[in-house]
Design a protein around this ligand. Structure first.
Ligand code: FAD
Length: 580
């Protein structure tokens, strides 16, 4: 079998039952007769829309030719391949080999994994497959109940601070577009995709250049991942929060677990704990700070969600081809580098999606975006963000970024209330009004999809002036990259504050956090007296993982980091227990 890169495919090859077109394209690319192609399968496929008049797919295929001699000739470039086509031997990726400690004579004690987002789920699954019987604790509810909590809130109910768009089984990415694109080059990414497919994600994520799952499918996938963890000997406890750490001489000895519904606490002995708490776990960051974990402030981004008619984006991206059924709703990814040195960029774009109420604290408004697998709401939304750094936080405190987020979320809540809105309605403004300094008028083209409803207001009342100035400048610049992006009737909905974590929990080469010795007895409140810059190389047994502690940005990189951390955790546990 051979791997054939840079194969041009017509758009019709993206329709159901189009194997014949793929076979023909493979033959054309290789310069052989279509009758000699025994087999052609997609390894990767992307849309090439660089020329609006010639939108097509570009693919990498694995091809089997009926005659081995012809395959050898194709590999040697003797068949007259089409221009740009590259041919190489096909080497299938080996499946992930998880060490098996089920039968080890001295099995290490079971690790605790905190947080059932992508990072914690994949860490727990790896550890469970290895026979480590991990205990996975999640402060929110199982995904089935969580879906109902989110629906209740969307209909105007109370915010559940532990089960919402940010928290609960599946983590922050469950109510999302489920985009699985990632900048990480780790070979582990392939294994994450294949474990997701095993759990019920659509098989096309294995070859789509921009794979996505959608909220409706993710809910099922998350449930199946949990079932697999349990089937492999893991235990999952919901409504259970890590509320304190017990350390002795900088090493973990136990975790204090609190049931968030009954307030019952239990101290569970542990030598290893994976901290996969996500970027919104503010009380968990406080816990780490109190325990003396070495942490630092981290840059993140602030801004709004911008919502357009999907048709406007489709036309801008695909021109006349936009009606082709194989294309689906178009996406975009834009960035403008402003003369001020700030960057304005779009993030987590949701084609055919909706804007969601992503608050996790009472009295604060936070927006984000999600879509279903079909991406068929007819509206497109994306974060429009300005990068902010520790210098913007207004304090040297390690948690100053969280304070800034909280101030802005509360300002958005207050702004909407002042403009006559109900609790958790979001302030919104058309792009035209935002750019001209007016407010209060509804959009004639976009009906904001934010479920709790929007109030037409002045976004400058909730975001810092430097963020608003950069957004205005950025909108004009980005309109030059995507025609209609700054359409006066497009809608900006505030505020988007949880783009990534505002802190980093430092970890060393061993993937473990270190704790300043003075606070190593779990003494809450001792942190104020600590020097967080003090270097400390202790092997603590606490493994920061995923987006919250600052090691990932998105579902895929969080899951990959979970696997890396689990590998390290397993290695150290096995070494300590004398298991080879
Ligand atoms: P999280 O997913 O945040 O999970 C952390 C979990 O830990 C939470 O469930 C939380 O309840 C739990 N927890 C925290 N503290 C404790 C504690 N003390 N005790 C017990 N449990 C605790 N990324 C993409 O790549 N593609 C997308 O399409 C996408 N869309 C998104 C849409 C929305 C609405 C949101 C909010 C995010 C989206 N993201 C997307 C970002 C993505 O969800 C995150 O990058 C990813 O979920 C991070 O994974 P994680 O496991 O590190 O943390």
């Amino acid at each position: 079998m051979i791997r054939v890169e840079n194969v041009r495919l017509p758009l019709d090859a993206g329709l159901p039952d189009s194997d014949r077109l793929v076979t023909r394209a493979a033959a054309r690319a290789l310069g052989v007769d279509a009758g000699t192609v025994a087999h052609a399968r997609l390894l990767r496929r992307s849309v090439d829309a660089r020329k609006r008049s010639d939108v097509h797919f570009t693919a990498t295929l694995v091809v089997g030719l009926s005659d081995p001699a012809l395959e050898r000739r194709a590999l040697e470039g003797e068949t007259g391949c089409a221009r740009g086509v590259r041919v190489a031997p096909y080497e299938p990726a080996a499946p992930l080999r998880v060490p098996d400690l089920h039968c080890a004579s001295a099995r290490p004690p079971r690790p605790i994994v905190v947080g059932a987002g992508p990072s914690g789920l994949f860490a727990a699954l790896y550890l469970a497959e290895a026979g480590m019987r991990p205990l996975l604790v999640e402060q929110g509810q199982p995904v089935e109940q969580r879906v109902r909590a989110v629906e209740r809130f969307n209909r105007g109910g109370q915010l559940d601070p532990f089960s919402n768009i940010q928290f609960g089984e599946g983590g922050a990415g469950t109510f999302s577009d489920g985009k699985l694109t990632t900048g990480t080059k780790s070979p582990l990414a392939r294994h994450v995709l294949s474990w997701l497919v095993d759990a019920g994600a659509p098989a096309e994520i294995l070859w789509q250049a921009k794979p996505h799952v959608g909220t409706d499918r993710l809910v099922e996938v998350v449930r199946h991942l949990r079932e697999r963890i349990v089937a492999c000997g893991g235990e999952v406890r919901f409504d259970t929060q890590l509320s304190d750490l017990r350390l002795h001489e900088g090493r973990l000895t136990a975790a204090v677990l609190r049931n968030v519904r009954t307030e019952a606490c239990e101290q569970v002995p542990a030598a290893q704990l994976v901290l996969a708490c996500g970027h919104s776990a503010r009380d968990t960051f406080q816990l780490m700070r109190n325990a003396g974990a070495r942490m630092e402030r981290k840059a993140f981004s602030l801004g709004v969600r911008i919502e357009h008619p999907q048709g406007l984006i489709d036309r801008a991206q695909y021109g006349a081809a936009c009606a082709h059924p194989a294309l689906g709703a178009a996406d975009y990814k834009l960035v403008a580098h402003l003369p001020s040195g700030r960057n304005v960029y779009t993030f987590c774009m949701c084609p055919g999606g909706e804007v969601v109420c992503a608050a996790s604290e009472q009295g604060g408004v936070v927006v984000n975006g999600m879509s279903r697998f079909a991406r068929d709401t007819g509206q497109a939304n994306s974060a429009l963000l300005v990068g902010v750094g520790p210098g913007d936080f207004g304090s040297d405190d390690v948690l100053a970024g969280i304070d800034l987020q909280r101030r802005i979320e509360r300002a958005a809540f207050a702004c909407a209330r002042k403009a006559g809105g109900d609790a958790y309605q979001a302030p919104a403004q058309t792009v035209g009004d935002f750019l001209s300094g007016r407010c209060g008028r509804a959009s004639a083209a976009v009906r904001p999809s934010y479920a709790r409803g929007v109030v037409w207001a002045d976004l400058r009342a909730c975001l810092p002036a430097f963020v608003c100035d950069a957004l205005a400048e950025g909108l004009r610049a980005l309109d030059g990259r995507l025609r209609g992006f700054a359409d006066p009737q497009a809608v900006m909905i505030g505020v988007e504050t949880r783009s990534s974590s505002p802190v980093r929990v430092l970890r060393g080469a061993s993937m473990q956090a270190s704790f300043v010795a003075a606070a190593s007895q779990g003494a809450a409140g001792a942190a104020d007296a600590l020097d967080f810059s003090e270097p400390d190389a202790l092997i603590s047994g606490v493994y920061p993982s995923g987006e919250g502690p600052g090691y990932a940005g998105g579902i895929m990189s969080a899951a990959v980091d979970g696997l890396r951390v689990a590998e390290a955790c397993l290695r150290h546990a096995a070494a300590q227990a004398g298991v080879s």
